[in-house]
Design a protein around this ligand. Sequence first.
Ligand code: PRP
Length: 208
Amino acid sequence: MKTLTIALAKGRLAELSIELFEKIGLDCAQMKEKTRKLIFNDEKNGIRYMFVKASDVPTYVEYGAADIGIVGKDTILEEGKNLYEVLDLKFGACKMCVCGWADSAVPGGYIKVASKYPNIAREYFSTKKNQTIEIIKLSGSVELAPLCGLSEVIVDIVESGKTLKENGLAVLEEICDLSARLVVNRVSLKMKKDKIMDIVNKTREIIK
Ligand code: PRP
């Protein structure tokens, strides 16, 4: 039996991904134990799970180190890898937004935009707004940037809106809706079609 390798994004989406796999009858018991292991084998079903940093999931899948991945649409857009996006899993729903001081508007002209998503930010400002900006790439706590004058606005994920609100910021413009997606390596889809489609079809039924 061909083993199928699935890359799961560590963090927010991991627990929801495990829940989904349990619903379609896969054995995820080992993954729920408190451990620092990164690879888990479900020998009965011939599946290997790997826990990968969210931003690296598209890379593992593009190169075929993983056949399938579960990752946020934000990461897919930012990384721009060559993969099949097969299903919208509907969980992990949030929005990519331009945010800044509450009760203000996005300034025109050459502004500084801080983000963990430089490609999404650049694309939005250049294509949609025809505005040349300076991108300041940050790795987290992006909301700090306007608060300390590092940038005029940020491009970031907004889920509950709590982080913005507690820091006196607000959504100024919405860029797009986001959620978790099931992605598949292009070669794997041909070579391990039956097994992959079995998972895709069962998952599609669950999220209906
Ligand atoms: C994300 C995002 C926002 C926050 C939004 O950060 O970058 O900061 O969550 O969530 P909310 O609207 O529910 O408040 P994350 O928690 O991943 O941490 P980070 O800032 O260290 O990247």
